[in-house]
Design a protein around this ligand. Structure first.
Ligand code: ADP
Ligand code: MG
Length: 327
């Protein structure tokens, strides 16, 4: 097991009260596996990822419980300089906004090269050659002419490729991509996702792919964990989840994306808004929005039921939900 997040809890103290941004999240990622983490905005996807990367600002955030076991060691017990060594070299992160993640005053060649100088002790000249190879590898057209350009001189899609190049430069075992294509238009989204998928296979990286858009990750993910209000409410191999979601929230997310095989079916939107995490509804946090909700859902928080076949669902009625859609 490459990464195991165990019962992670992260809180923010706010004026309105304590926001349990991550409320008992557990997941695993194997080498060579892609886990998609899916959920609406504010569900705790980024905070979980930042806790794993060790870039969470504490304060305001507080990790109150849990373990993050990476390559056999609980990262939460390590000192900051040890974590810094792991970051970049053994795990790295790709963000939504490349323009703010890249250094605006360094050429992309220097920026990529610096990774090899700092972490690998390469000469400047060798580092520049490696930078160029990387730019080719992420398929930046005319890379040789563009190594001396600055980030702002590239299009959004090309900048995202540069950030991917930075992330894979030191061949990390784990990459976390937080909404890596959200800012791009649809055609470019698919190209960038294909590139990530290809590199992930080539390097056998573990990949955590965070998204609010199930459509984007369906082809590249092995498994999906769906988050709602700081918890994982369903996890399953991607094809099973697609075919027959075992949680009404997942079902709502699925029904709200256009699908070729559902032609003619009306496009659906989940009613209401996700809760403010300082005031999460009692029982199942999703019950006020759930078309299947019954009395028990208003009072009893559902455990993450074992739904068999490597699947889990935090719905009291997961069986009905799933079977309803099975052929
Ligand atoms: P997302 O799933 O969109 O990535 P986040 O992980 O960024 O969501 O945030 C999860 C929750 O954490 C938010 O809904 C909010 O309640 C809380 N949160 C995040 N950052 C802060 C902050 N700086 N201060 C207070 N609360 C925060
Ligand atoms: Mg986020």
């Amino acid at each position: 097991m490459l990464l195991e997040v165990r019962d992670l809890h992260v809180e923010f103290r706010t004026r309105d009260g304590v926001a349990r941004a991550v409320d008992g999240v557990s997941y695993t990622v194997d080498a060579g596996e892609t886990l998609a983490v899916l959920g609406e905005s504010g569900s705790g996807k980024s905070v979980t990822a930042q806790a794993v990367m060790g870039i969470l600002d504490t304060p305001p955030a507080r990790i109150t419980r849990g373990q993050i076991v990476f390559q056999g060691r609980d990262l939460l017990t390590l000192k900051e300089d040890e974590r810094r060594r792991i970051r970049g070299a053994r795990m790295s992160m790709i963000f939504q906004d490349a323009l703010s993640a890249l250094n605006p005053v360094l050429t992309v060649g220097d920026q990529l090269g610096e990774m090899f100088v700092v972490h690998r002790g390469m000469s400047k000249r060798d580092a520049r050659a490696r930078a160029l190879e990387l730019m080719d590898q992420v398929r930046i057209p005319g890379a040789a002419q563009r190594v001396r350009d600055y980030p702002h001189q590239f299009s959004g899609g090309m900048r995202q490729r540069i950030m991917i190049a930075m992330a894979i430069a030191l061949e990390p075992a784990l990459v976390i991509a937080d909404e890596p294509t959200t800012a791009l238009d649809v055609t470019v989204q698919a190209q960038v996702m294909d590139l990530l998928d290809e590199l992930q296979r080539e390097y056998r990286m573990g990949l955590v792919l965070i998204t609010h858009d199930l459509g984007v990750v369906a082809d590249v993910a092995d498994r999906i964990a769906v988050m709602y209000a700081g918890r994982i409410v369903e996890s399953a191999p991607v094809h099973d989840l697609y075919k027959a979601p075992a949680h009404p929230y997942t079902r709502g997310l699925l029904d709200s994306i256009p699908r070729l095989d559902h032609k003619g079916r009306e496009l659906y939107a989940i009613k209401g808004q996700p809760p403010n995490l300082t005031h999460v509804p009692p029982g199942c946090a999703f019950h006020p929005r759930c078309p299947m909700a019954r009395d028990i859902c208003r009072t009893d928080p559902p455990p993450l039921y074992d739904a068999g076949e490597g699947r889990r669902s935090a719905c009291h009625f997961w069986r009905e939900c799933r079977d309803d859609l099975r052929d």
